[in-house]
Design a binder for this molecule. Sequence first.
Ligand code: PB1
Length: 336
Amino acid sequence: MSQVETKHILHSGYFHPLLRQWQSPNVEITPKNLMYPIFILDEPNAKEAISSMPGVYRYGINQLKSMLQPLVSKGLQSILLFGVSNSLKKDEIGSSADSTENPVIRALPLLRKWFPALIITCDVCLCPYTTHGHCGILNKDGTLNNEASIKRIAEVALAYAKSGAQVVAPSDMMDGRIAAIKESLGAANLYNKVAVLSYAVKFSSGFYGPFRDAAQSAPQFGDRKCYQLPPGSKGLASRAAARDVAEGADFLMVKPGLAYLDIVKQVKDDHPEYPLFIYQVSGEYAMLLHGAKNGAINLEVVLNEILMSMRRAGADCIITYFTPMILDMLQPKSKY
Ligand code: PB1
């Protein structure tokens, strides 16, 4: 256990040029303000379309380099990995989350080799790998076993860190998982190599449906209302952000995005010294796409307005499935 108080650990928040840029917020949209979520499937050559998210795919490892190269050439600087498994066994504790067969574990060293300048963030959760589909470990009565969950989440975060992730992002919403992850990173002497992006303020929302289809991660019974925040609670949002700051998070996140811009402003006003991420989730992505397809909106114009609202509310980085389209929008326009 490191002798330094985890919240006094600053090096983990700026050991890389991109992280240092994140510590210096601006309002315009540039590639540094974008993080691209990517689904990695445990079928090496697969490229599976996701019907609920047109334009978004599950990629096998052998598809990643050719998919990412053009985006990196256009300025892509950070990605967020989600593992999806068609064949890995699911069990009560999500053993496949950090198995050597896990597609994220297998992709990390390759991605670090192919794209040395890219910041690779890994979502850390058990839901894609548990038989019950919840984000933590359950007691026999179906309630959450929080202590067992945060121990397991810290193990998975450490496995991704050791495999090459420069940022780990626990989306599980268990109480105390940030301190557990920081302690495991400290014990492995990884404080100045791996940052923690906390999904600190994540609400129980109707906007996650397409993702759960994409990641095959829906709860098999009940819901996530006992661990994701109640949609109407500013108070819990404030307390969750303050708690994760105290436990040593390097970056904070509000999720979903559009319906929670007031919370984005609240969190940024409360913690201006922390880079703040906002996640434009799958339901927001699908809603805009279908609206544009049906002629209700001009997608580029409305997307630009939403991105600016997110930056204006205080978000420093936007996690969005529209990243490839935004990178194209940011390309210098040809004069001819
Ligand atoms: O795009 C999205 O909808 C993101 C969904 C999100 C991923 N971090 C979670 C929401 C959910 O399914 O409850 C996954 C939870 N680990």
